[in-house]
Design a protein around this ligand. Structure first.
Ligand code: IMP
Ligand code: MG
Length: 178
């Protein structure tokens, strides 16, 4: 059996900073969606941790929840450039509704742009996007999210839902691979 080298991980965003920023985003989104019943579409697997934490910070917002699995990394640290959607999105779940799409991170921008375009094509009333992290230096398409937690440099990060070849999603902080 080939011995795998364990990567070194250096914390860049603490658990406390994550909690604080998610609380702020929850407040802002609750204000923006006051009186509405948005559908929150969480992109799995990476967006699960942030998505659930954010939902718990929404005040008086009776949100509906949908999930869809999207993957653009087979393994390693570079996107394939072609996000693949696993499973189907039902147009009726999105037509005439206010939709907020949630993911863990924006890198090239292709994933969130593709899903946003699709949801718009279903005839949603409004579509906004929210990502916990943003790496603007890596952008390959013209896409900016409506809500972001933290901007980071062009480094590969793990933890708080983000993985390296399927590992490290469970870390409570965000760390960079050294
Ligand atoms: P994009 O389509 O290039 O914007 O990539 C977005 C997806 O790539 C995210 O949903 C993540 O799953 C993954 N990704 C991008 N950067 C990182 C990273 O630094 N660590 C882990 N996953 C990442
Ligand atoms: Mg992802």
């Amino acid at each position: 059996m080939k011995a795998e080298k364990t990567p070194k991980i250096m914390q860049i965003i603490s658990e406390e900073k994550i909690r604080q920023r998610v609380r702020e985003l929850g407040k802002k989104i609750s204000d923006d969606y006051a009186g509405k019943q948005p559908t929150i579409l969480i992109l799995t697997n990476g967006g699960i941790f942030f998505g659930v934490d954010l939902l718990r910070e929404l005040k008086n917002i009776p949100a509906r929840i949908e999930c869809v699995r999207v993957s653009s990394y087979k393994s390693g640290t570079r996107s394939s450039g072609n996000p693949e959607i696993f499973g189907t999105l039902e147009p009726d779940d999105f037509a005439d509704r206010d939709i907020l799409i949630i993911d863990d991170i924006i890198d090239t921008g292709r994933t969130l742009k593709r899903i946003r375009d699709q949801v718009e094509n279903f005839g949603a009333k409004s579509v906004r996007t929210c990502a916990f992290l943003d790496k603007p230096a890596r952008r390959e398409v013209n896409f900016y999210a409506d809500y972001t937690g933290y901007e980071i440099d062009d480094v590969f990060v793990v933890g708080y839902g983000l993985d390296y070849a399927g590992s490290f999603r469970e870390l409570p902080f965000v760390g960079k691979i050294c």
